[in-house]
Design a protein around this ligand. Structure first.
Ligand code: IPD
Ligand code: CA
Ligand code: CA
Length: 258
């Protein structure tokens, strides 16, 4: 499975890189700002062909084509480009993300940014790696010294979960925050200690499936906004080094109604 996963990841990375900064079709999806490019679809096609060739009986859940179900208990959860808006604007900050679920548990995942050549990989119980070097979350326990990262849903203006209020509450604590535009990289960059914590509302399973395992294997903590057990199918994610988790949760909860 690892061979197939890496084959798919690198083939997709090649397509992303070859087309970067070029001319390709860009369309809007459910909202004007939610984009899909021709390259997302090419990347997705290549990934799916590689998986189907090696594991024809496995289920797939992929952002642009949706779900292909089987009763194998195995599911490949695919984001062919995470950070499509960056990609469409020739900003070299995006990745391909693939997580593998076995009997409803993520057991392997990889996130690859072909622009930087960084490959994040984890297998359940085996640790997390950045280009074959073991990674771990940061040691920062002083919330006021932490560096956080987040993203915003495409429907922020209508979102009942008050994402702007949550963001404002962090800013009003004078905490530095970054917004990269790729949730999968946000989680992986927290997993390797560049950031101390990440939160976002309204992500989908393909944004987080691989990153969820990678940060857990790097020693991080992942919950929903109430501190309850996280699943990649939940809409709230709070992922951190564990040491600032409760303080982050308190800030989020002060702006979100139950
Ligand atoms: C998006 C990115 C972004 C997040 C959005 C996602 P896409 O994924 O992960 O950081 O804020 O909510 O939809 O559309 O580029 O695959
Ligand atoms: Ca995504
Ligand atoms: Ca995507």
């Amino acid at each position: 499975m690892k061979n197939t996963l890496l084959k798919a990841i690198y083939e997709s990375g090649k397509i992303i890189l070859e087309n970067f900064g070029g001319t390709f079709r860009i369309e809007s999806k459910d909202s004007v700002s939610n984009l899909v490019t021709e390259v997302d679809k090419k990347s997705e096609d290549a990934i799916i062909q590689i998986i189907i060739r090696d594991f024809p009986g496995h289920s797939l859940l992929s952002e642009e084509i949706g779900a292909i179900d089987s009763d194998s208990g195995m599911k490949w959860i695919i984001d062919p480009i995470d950070g499509t808006i960056n990609y469409a604007h020739a900003i070299p900050l995006c990745c391909v993300s693939i997580g593998i679920e076995k009997n409803k548990e993520i057991v392997m995942g990889a996130v690859y940014n072909p622009m930087s050549g960084e490959l994040f990989f984890a297998e359940k119980g085996q640790g997390a790696f950045l280009n074959d070097k073991a990674i771990s979350v940061s040691e920062e326990s002083n919330f006021n010294k932490s560096l956080l990262v987040t993203g915003f849903p495409y429907n922020t203006s209508k979102n009942p979960n008050n994402p702007v209020g949550v963001f404002a509450n962090f800013l009003l604590q004078d905490i530095p925050i970054r917004r990269l535009g790729s949730a999968a990289l946000d989680i992986c960059w927290t997993a390797c200690g560049r950031f101390d914590g990440f939160w976002e509302y309204n992500l989908n399973a393909w944004d987080v499936a691989a990153g969820f395992l990678i940060i857990k294997e790097a020693g991080g903590v992942v919950t929903d906004f109430k501190g309850e057990e996280y699943s990649v199918y939940k809409k709230e994610i709070l992922a951190s080094n564990g040491k600032i988790h409760n303080e982050m949760m308190a800030v989020i909860r002060s702006a979100v109604k139950d």
